[in-house]
Design a protein around this ligand. Structure first.
Ligand code: SAM
Length: 181
């Protein structure tokens, strides 16, 4: 089996039917064309592109996953794919100055044994990517919101004044928005 097939299995990515249903409902009221920032290309990318009238920027920090994504999405329209350095404070030249209608955060890897612990964010997962997304979109949707380290990230953001709304899909989705919006 090729590397690409190993990486992009629906089960491997964990982006499930109930996630698709809830995201469809969340995105339905938003005006088109929809500009979307995604952390973690994969099954979710195909889902967003399939909604139609979407411009998508997808970001990846893992080298192997990024290479597989470049291969998978070669020539796909309305999609920009960039690599970023997984650091506590993100800087992504292609994206730093841009704004989006919504963000979807499903990266970096959050599985406990594989998670990269970042200085100042050791107990947290995806705090860096979610914070970056929330500086560029009025709201962001976090995948895998049931996991302990993701829940700590949500609690931290809540203590910083963000509103968090949990959706009980199998993997968990959380909508995070600025407190006054
Ligand atoms: C589980 S993937 C999901 C990506 C995508 N949103 C999807 O729906 O398929 C989330 C992130 O985990 C990291 N990752 C890399 N290799 C992985 C692997 N073998 N299994 C799971 N996650 C991996 C990548 O950074 C990837 O963006």
């Amino acid at each position: 089996m090729s590397r690409r097939k190993q990486v992009y299995t629906p089960q491997g990515g964990g982006f499930l039917e109930d996630d698709r249903q809830v995201l469809t409902e969340i995105l339905a009221p938003l005006a088109r064309p929809l500009s979307l920032l995604e952390f973690g290309p994969g099954q979710s990318t195909w889902f967003f592109l399939g909604l139609g009238d979407v411009k998508l920027v997808s970001l990846e920090s893992d080298d192997a996953w990024y290479r597989a994504a470049v291969h998978e999405f070669r020539g796909v329209e309305h999609l920009e794919l960039y690599r970023f350095e997984n650091s506590p404070q993100l800087s992504i030249p292609e994206v730093d100055d841009r704004c989006f209608d919504v963000a979807f955060v499903d990266s970096p890897v959050g599985m406990p044994r594989r998670r990269i612990r970042l200085p100042g964010q050791v107990q947290l997962s995806r705090f860096n990517t979610l914070s970056y997304a929330l500086e560029r979109a009025p709201f962001a949707v976090l995948h895998d919101a049931r996991r302990t380290a993701e829940r700590r990230t949500l609690a931290r953001l809540s203590s910083l004044g963000f509103c968090v709304e949990f959706h009980g899909t199998r993997r968990g989705l959380a909508v995070v928005r600025k407190g006054n919006s």
